[in-house]
Design a protein around this ligand. Structure first.
Ligand SMILES: [Zn+2]
Length: 315
């Protein structure tokens, strides 16, 4: 039996490097950054074992009290990347706090294991109260049906909270090379195979989108290639336009630097990058419709294959 390693581990401590400036190594800065992002580990333990969440602890205690033997973090088949959080009585695979992609469900089915998903949802809706959800994949509508050829479905979300204002500059164009603004709105579609009848719970998806939009609201968008200087708090921008040279000194906080020109197309890319990594595993694609002012805009649909890489790239 293996013990669980917490997913978010405590940053390694800084070794005592006598005579060396610890800041020079970047180690301390790295740690401060990790701490700033909440990079500490909460330890959940019971029976001398460490678990990733309190829910795991509760489940372990339940199995213990029922006298059911279980192993932790067990590959579904020999060498498989897919691991069950618990394997009970050597045949029931219990997955905690996550959903399985159609591919993973097939792998579980092929392994002959019975699979149970247990998750704690903070979401509240008209039909599903917040709390514990348990799905037995081996029986009922959530079982065999979803293990069979799964359907691909889109949900979409449109909400007044997805409206935002932004300023942008497109130095290469004539009209839009002068800083100006738009009031815009976004619509987001999420494509995936329903799990327990849902692609994503609307109540789970909405705050993710709302946060991404809020982070873009009332910001200045510009291509990062026009940056000529940076201080701790500001960036200097300089660019030539048909109207002549522009120079700006703007706070970092209110500026979003893009890898390309600040077109609505690239703005949609920025929005998508902030939403996609936070979608559950059963989501296969995310689409964003972003308006530029009224009556025009763009749609970007992106497959989510390398979400890990995308998330890492996005600091
Ligand atoms: Zn514009």
């Amino acid at each position: 039996m293996e013990t669980y390693k917490p997913k978010r581990s405590r940053p390694s401590t800084v070794p005592n490097r006598r005579g060396r400036n610890p800041f020079a190594s970047g180690q301390i800065l790295g740690q401060l950054k990790a701490l700033d992002k909440g990079g500490y580990a909460i330890t959940h333990q019971t029976g001398g074992k460490t678990y990733p969440t309190g829910l795991h602890v509760a489940i372990a205690r339940l199995f213990d009290s029922l006298g059911r033997p279980f192993a932790l973090n067990v590959p579904i088949v020999q060498g498989s990347k897919l691991r069950a959080d618990f394997l009970v009585d050597r045949r029931t695979a219990v997955f905690v706090g996550r959903r399985l992609s159609p591919h993973e469900r097939k792998a579980v089915k092929n392994s002959g294991a019975r699979a149970v998903l247990i998750e704690m949802s903070a979401a509240r809706s008209d039909i599903v109260d917040s709390g514990l959800r348990v799905a037995d994949l081996s029986n009922g509508a959530d079982g065999d049906d979803s293990l069979r050829e799964s359907r691909l479905q889109t949900i979409f979300l449109d909400d007044p909270s997805f409206n935002f204002d932004y300023a942008h500059i497109l130095p290469k164009t004539e009209k839009c090379s002068v800083m100006h603004g738009h009031t815009s709105s976004a619509l987001v579609e999420i494509v995936g195979s329903p799990v327990d009848g849902m692609v994503v719970d609307f109540n789970d998806a909405k705050p993710i989108i709302k946060k991404a939009i809020a982070d873009l609201d009332h910001k200045l968008f510009i291509n990062e290639r026009y940056v000529t200087g940076r201080t701790a708090t500001h960036v200097d921008l300089s660019f030539a336009t048909v109207h002549g040279e522009f120079g700006l000194h703007v706070p970092k906080e209110t500026t979003v630097l893009l890898e390309g020109e600040a077109t609505v197309e690239n703005l949609a890319q920025e929005l998508l990058r902030r939403i996609a990594p936070r979608m559950p595993q059963n989501v296969e694609a995310v689409g964003v419709y972003v308006y530029e002012g009224l009556n025009k805009g763009t749609r970007l649909l992106a497959r989510l294959q390398e979400r890990g890489a995308e998330a890492r790239r996005k600091r």
